[in-house]
Design a binder for this molecule. Structure first.
Ligand code: MN
Length: 564
C-alpha cells in the first residue's frame, strides 16, 4: 500500500489538503509537545496505508480543521468539494464519542452509528484518528487516559473487529489494555510471559518439520510464523476459564500462509498426517466465513509431548482481508502506471458494505430510547459473537452465550414467541442451551405456546429480552415479574494464618460485593482450611475478577465458585 507522500505525488487533492492543514494548524501543539499537524498527518498516513481513496485521505488531513481552527465547513466545501466536506463534517459532528452516563452522551454514540450507516469512510477516519490518539495516550493525565482507554476497548476495538479489521482491532487493544486494566495487565505480564516464551520455543522447534512435510507434498508456502495471543483477548479468555492458564492452548499458534485455496486444504491434510487433530476443533471458515468476513482454516492437534497446537491456514488474500476487513474492500489495487491516484470506488466494496449497513439500519430502527439503544448496541453488536446456521443454510450472527430462544427471536418475533423446543445439529436441546458457532439450529414452534418469564434468566440478546418482557406485560399487566436473583459461592482453600479471613473478606468487599455468609473450617485430608463466602451477586465476571485478586494472596491455594 502507498505511503502518504507517494499519494501526494499522484493526487493533487491530497497534496492540496496536506498543505492547507499544515498551514491552518501552524503554531498549535499537542500535549505530547509535537505539532498538532503531526496528528492529522499520522491519521492520513494510516488511511493511505489501508489503501483508501483520495477523498478519504484528504478528509483525514482536514478532520480537525473545523473544530480546532477558524476554518468553516463552508470553506472546506468551496476549496475541496462537497464529498470531502461531507466526510469532514461527519467526523467533526461525532466529536468525542462517550457512551457512559447521560442522555447526550448516548445521543453522541447514536450519531456515530448513524453516520456510519451513511458513509463507512467516516468511521474509518475516526478509527485512524483514534489509533494515533491511543499511540500518544501517555501524554494525557491519568484519569483521562483511563477513560479514553476503556472507551477504546468497549467501543472502537469491537467496532474495528466487527468491520473485519483484525489488525487494527488488535493494535487498539494492545494500546488500551494496560491503561484500562493496569492491575490485570501487571498480573498477566508477571504470570504469562514465561509461558509465551516456552510456547514459542516449542513451536519453533517444530517449524522445520512442518516445512519439510509441506515441501514433500509440493505445497508452496508463502510464510509460516507464530501468532501470539494478545493480552486483552487472553485476559478475556482467562476470565471464561476461571483464570486457569493451562486451559489456554492457543497462547501462541502457527499461522501458515499459502498460495491458493486448494493448498489450504492440502496443508490441513499434511498437518493431520503429522499429528492427530482433536475432534470438533477443525473450523472451516473458508466454506463458512465468519459474519465479519473472516476466512481461514483452523485446526488443533496433539503435538509431541502431548502438547496441544493450534494452526491457522489461509491464503495471502484472506490474510490481507482478515487484517484490513472493510478497508480492504474500499482499497484500490495499486498500479504504478496510473498517473493519478484513483478516484473511483472499488467495485467489490459495495457487496460487503451494503450487507453490513443494511443490517445496522434495520436493527437500529427498533429502539426509541437512546440509552436502551446504546446498551443494545453494545450487547448485540459489539460483544464477541458466534454464528449459528438455519436449516436453510443462512448464517445468523449472535452474541456469545446466545440460546435457541435468542436465535428464534432473531429469525422472527413470531417464531420467538411461539418457540416450544429446539434441535441443534439434529438433536433436541433444552431452550437454555448455549449455542456454538456452526451449530445448525431448528426451532420447533407451537401455535398456543407463549413466552415464559423463566426465559429472561438465560436469553442474552436485548431483542429477545424486549419481546419477552412485552409479551409478559401484555399477558398480565398487574402481575409483577420478579426475576429470581442468583448468588455465587466462592470456595477458597487456604493455608491457615492469622488474618487470612479478614484479607479475603476485604478483597471481596473492596470489589463492591456484599458477603452474605462467610465460614472457615479445616479440611480433613490436609492442614488447609476451606473458606466459603456466599456473595450477593450474580455477576460472574465480577467474581472472576475477585478470584484473580484472591490469587494474589500467598496463602490461597485453590479457588472455585458455584452458583448458589
Ligand atoms: Mn483528531
Amino acid at each position: 500500500m502507498p505511503t502518504l507522500s507517494e499519494v501526494r505525488k499522484t493526487s493533487e487533492l491530497v497534496d492540496r489538503a496536506y498543505k492547507f492543514a499544515e498551514k491552518t494548524h501552524r503554531g498549535q501543539k499537542r500535549q505530547t509537545g509535537e505539532s498538532y499537524f503531526s496528528h492529522v498527518e499520522a491519521t492520513a498516513e494510516c488511511l493511505a496505508g489501508w489503501g483508501l481513496d483520495e477523498t478519504t485521505i484528504a478528509a483525514g488531513l482536514l478532520h480537525d480543521v473545523i473544530e480546532d481552527t477558524p476554518v468553516t465547513d463552508d470553506d472546506v466545501r468551496k476549496i475541496f468539494g462537497q464529498e470531502v466536506k461531507r466526510l469532514v463534517d461527519g467526523v467533526t459532528k461525532l466529536g468525542t464519542v462517550k457512551y457512559r452516563g447521560d442522555k447526550t452522551q448516548a445521543d453522541n454514540l447514536r450519531k456515530l452509528i448513524l453516520a456510519m450507516a451513511e458513509d463507512l469512510r467516516v468511521i474509518l477516519i475516526k478509527l485512524a484518528d483514534r489509533l494515533h490518539n491511543m499511540e500518544t495516550l501517555w501524554a494525557l493525565p491519568p484519569d483521562k487516559r483511563e477513560r479514553v482507554a476503556v472507551e477504546t476497548l468497549e467501543i472502537y476495538t469491537p467496532l474495528a473487529y466487527r468491520l473485519g479489521m483484525q489488525g487494527l482491532s488488535g493494535q487498539l487493544q494492545d494500546l488500551a489494555f494496560p491503561y484500562a486494566y493496569p492491575d490485570e495487565y501487571k498480573w498477566l505480564v508477571e504470570n504469562i510471559k514465561e509461558r509465551y516464551e516456552e510456547r514459542e520455543t516449542y513451536l519453533k522447534k517444530l517449524k522445520p518439520k512442518v516445512e519439510r512435510a509441506l515441501e514433500e507434498n509440493n505445497i508452496e508456502v508463502s510464510s509460516i510464523d507464530f501468532r501470539a495471543k494478545r493480552y486483552a483477548s487472553l485476559y478475556k479468555k482467562l476470565l471464561k476459564n476461571n483464570m486457569d492458564i493451562d486451559k489456554i492452548h492457543d497462547l501462541v499458534a502457527f499461522r501458515i500462509i499459502v498460495k491458493d485455496v486448494e493448498s489450504c486444504y492440502g496443508t490441513l491434510g499434511v498437518i493431520h498426517n503429522l499429528w492427530p487433530p482433536l475432534p470438533g476443533k477443525i473450523k472451516d471458515y473458508i466454506a463458512t466465513p465468519k459474519p465479519n468476513g473472516y476466512r481461514s482454516l483452523h485446526t488443533t492437534v496433539l503435538g509431541p509431548d502431548e502438547k496441544i497446537i493450534e494452526f491457522q491456514i489461509r491464503t495471502e488474500e484472506m490474510h490481507y482481508e482478515a487484517e484490513n476487513g472493510i478497508a480492504a474492500s474500499w482499497a484500490y489495487e495499486e498500479s504504478k502506471d496510473t498517473k493519478a491516484y484513483r478516484k473511483g470506488r472499488a467495485a467489490r466494496a459495495n457487496v460487503n458494505e451494503a450487507a453490513w449497513v443494511e443490517q445496522l439500519r434495520s436493527w437500529q430502527k427498533d429502539f426509541a430510547d437512546p440509552n436502551e439503544f446504546i446498551d443494545a448496541f453494545k450487547i448485540d453488536f459489539l460483544t464477541d459473537s458466534i454464528f449459528a446456521i438455519t436449516p436453510k443454510g443462512e448464517v445468523v450472527d449472535l452474541p456469545l452465550g446466545a440460546t435457541p430462544v435468542d436465535f428464534a427471536y432473531h429469525i422472527h418475533s413470531d417464531i420467538g414467541s411461539h418457540c416450544a423446543g429446539a434441535k441443534v445439529n439434529g438433536k433436541i436441546v433444552p431452550l437454555d442451551y448455549k449455542l456454538e458457532s456452526t451449530d445448525v439450529v431448528e426451532i420447533i414452534t407451537q401455535k398456543n405456546k407463549k413466552p415464559s418469564a423463566s426465559w429472561l434468566d438465560f436469553v442474552v440478546t436485548s431483542n429477545a429480552k424486549g419481546h419477552i418482557r412485552n409479551a409478559l406485560h401484555k399477558d398480565s399487566k398487574d402481575n409483577l415479574i420478579t426475576t429470581r436473583k442468583q448468588m455465587i459461592e466462592l470456595k477458597i482453600v487456604v493455608e491457615n494464618r492469622v488474618g487470612i479471613l479478614r484479607d479475603v473478606s476485604n478483597i471481596i468487599s473492596r470489589s463492591h460485593v456484599n458477603i452474605v455468609t462467610l465460614t472457615s473450617a479445616p479440611r480433613e485430608r490436609d492442614s488447609y482450611h476451606v473458606i466459603k463466602a456466599l456473595c450477593d451477586t450474580d455477576n460472574k465476571n465480577k467474581i472472576l475478577k475477585i478470584m484473580l485478586k484472591l490469587k494474589g494472596l500467598k496463602a490461597v491455594k485453590e479457588i472455585d465458585y458455584r452458583f448458589a
